[in-house]
Design a protein around this ligand. Structure first.
Ligand code: ADP
Ligand code: MG
Length: 345
């Protein structure tokens, strides 16, 4: 009897498990490749400078829904998610290329509307759009952007270089984009049932805005550069805080402590979470798409950042043996868990 070839379902190992398997098949050979697969962007040595490269793809029906996502916002978001990965390296974005796959459902004006949003983001982030590719699609809109940025060896923040006792910091506030998505999905369902019902989103403006038009935190990168603080490690928050803390821990070979009562969340996030009967900390820890930055600093830098209005300290790094833990509001110690993906340590 011949054995059938081994078949592993992707769901068994998850997205991150799959990337690990692909990395094992993709050894790098050029001496100038300093960091390949496994960080927010690749790092390439270029004379005394470092070039950063990152790419992200957004698919209609998977990452966005055109029934509530205006095309200019989609264009803006597609640039922001890439710039956010350059920011997460402590880098400065410089260039993007844009690939789009379109069906004949789209008019020239619709594609121009998408590009108005892309152009707005290019202006906001000081980036040049320098090329791309256009092709046809039978299954909805696909937009894939590659961003190139730059930094220096002294001004680089990898995921893998956090140290025990470093302070964990986040920018801005968390959970908004996830709650915004819940509102949009609910209103879409109501509209389907009864097209006469026009959604009144005014009350949900803040969270809906976080979902539809995320802004990469280049402002904080410039502030940190002015303050003379180079994070010891950094990642952007695309999949929920818990998942990103776990990435920092895994890459740096450490554990971490996060205090639930320190998670930065706005009044709006609390109110909308309440309405949806979701705990606001769950939206912060396990929601996604906030595109804030999670970073670690040495204790000696604490004085420099402690009064920054957009930086919150939420915990610290510890030895791997002590685990990745969340201290709840009730002072209980529970394992930090990233929902949705399987993690193998
Ligand atoms: P991010 O959320 O920061 O964009 P991802 O989780 O998408 O990062 O990717 C993590 C790492 O894996 C990155 O270094 C990325 O370049 C790499 N990666 C993701 N998918 C692939 C793939 N199909 N082939 C090679 N590398 C990949
Ligand atoms: Mg990232």
């Amino acid at each position: 009897m011949s054995e059938s070839p081994k078949r592993t379902e992707i769901g068994e190992i998850g997205e991150f498990g799959l990337i690990d398997r692909l990395k094992a098949l993709s050894p790098v050979t050029n001496p100038s490749t300093r960091v390949g697969i496994g960080d927010d962007a690749a790092v390439i040595e270029d004379g005394g400078k470092l070039t950063l490269v990152t790419t992200d793809m957004l698919l209609e029906g998977v990452h966005f829904d055109l029934s509530y996502m205006p095309l200019p916002h989609l264009g803006y978001k597609a640039v922001s998610v890439n710039v956010s990965d350059i920011a997460a390296m402590y880098g400065l974005p410089k260039y993007i290329t844009v690939n789009i796959a379109l069906s004949n459902r789209f008019s020239v004006e619709a594609v121009e509307a998408l590009y108005q949003g892309i152009h707005q983001a290019c202006q906001d982030y000081n980036v040049d759009l320098v090329g791309g590719d256009t092709t046809s699609s039978h299954s909805g809109l696909v937009i894939s952007i590659t961003a190139v940025g730059e930094t220096t060896p002294e001004q680089l923040a990898l995921r893998s270089t956090a140290k025990t006792a470093d302070i964990l910091c986040v920018t801005g506030d968390l959970g908004g984009a996830y709650m915004g998505l819940q509102v949009l999905e609910r209103e879409k369902a109501v509209f389907r049932e009864n097209p006469e019902m026009q959604p009144d989103l005014e009350k949900y403006k803040e969270v809906v805005g976080r979902q539809l038009k995320p802004v990469a935190r280049m402002d904080v990168i410039f502030d940190l550069r002015d303050l003379g603080v180079v994070p010891t490690a950094m990642i952007d928050i695309s999949d929920g805080l818990a998942s990103e803390v776990m990435h920092l821990c895994k890459s740096s070979g450490l554990g971490a402590v996060v205090y639930e009562d320190k998670l930065p969340m706005t009044k709006d996030v609390y109110e909308v979470a309440d309405e949806f009967k979701i705990g606001a900390p769950t939206a912060a820890l396990n929601g996604g798409e906030d595109y804030e930055l999670l970073f670690t600093i040495g204790q000696e830098d604490y004085e420099k950042i402690k009064n920054h209005p957009d930086i919150t300290t939420i915990g610290y790094m510890q030895e791997k043996e002590n685990g990745k833990v969340l201290i709840t509001r009730g002072q209980q110690k529970v394992p930090l868990q990233a929902q949705g993906w399987k993690h193998f340590d």
